[in-house]
Write a protein that binds this ligand. Structure first.
Ligand SMILES: CC(C)(COP(=O)(O)OP(=O)(O)OC[C@H]1O[C@@H](n2cnc3c(N)ncnc32)[C@H](O)[C@@H]1OP(=O)(O)O)[C@@H](O)C(=O)NCCC(=O)NCCS
Length: 140
């Protein structure tokens, strides 16, 4: 079951462990604009919501390495996007390493549109691929 963790919510240890395992260092506590949807011990998606702009940025999505390619990533995206639409979000954004073929295939399969490249976006110099997705939604 996917559960919602709203701003200020405590992050469970398994989520921080998976965050560290996938990205080297955990992002940290959910700040006042952050929302996460978590499937206990399977994976999570973390978003930053800019309510005034009706936008949300996908900060991270991660699935336990032993459970990948079983649909969890897709489910986490669909579930969290549906909630974001109910919150009034109309446009989604993300950046991803250009080399991250698995994530890019997931996003493209879920209807995200490639917007371009941001050169040397990451600390190690790798470029970022930018994506957006219009999801509609009523005004806030
Ligand atoms: C990206 C990630 C979240 C995908 O999660 P997942 O649960 O394995 O993905 P799903 O099983 O839902 O896959 C959905 C679709 O994405 C694409 N996809 C996922 N993994 C893929 C891979 N290794 N190679 C190619 N396509 C892939 C496929 O189109 C797949 O559909 P299909 O299995 O029907 O062909 C996972 O690989 C992960 O945690 N990676 C490390 C963290 C990361 O890089 N996150 C993204 C940047 S924030």
């Amino acid at each position: 079951m996917i559960t919602h963790l709203g701003p200020g919510s405590h992050l469970p240890a398994w989520l921080e462990d998976l965050d560290r395992q996938c990205f080297g260092e955990p992002w940290g506590p959910l700040d006042e604009n952050d929302h996460a949807w978590a499937s206990p011990r399977n994976g999570f998606a973390r978003w930053r919501v800019i309510e005034a702009a009706q936008e949300a940025e996908l900060l991270r999505v991660a699935v336990d390495p032993s459970l990948r390619r079983s649909g969890h990533g897709r489910e986490l995206l669909r579930h969290s996007e549906a909630h974001l639409v109910r919150m009034g979000v109309a446009t989604l954004h993300l950046e991803v390493r250009v080399s991250n073929a698995a994530a890019r295939a997931l996003y493209e399969g879920e209807g995200w549109c490639f917007q371009g490249i941001r050169r040397a976006y990451y600390r190690d110099g790798e470029d970022a691929a930018l994506y957006m997705k219009a999801v509609g939604g009523p005004p806030l």
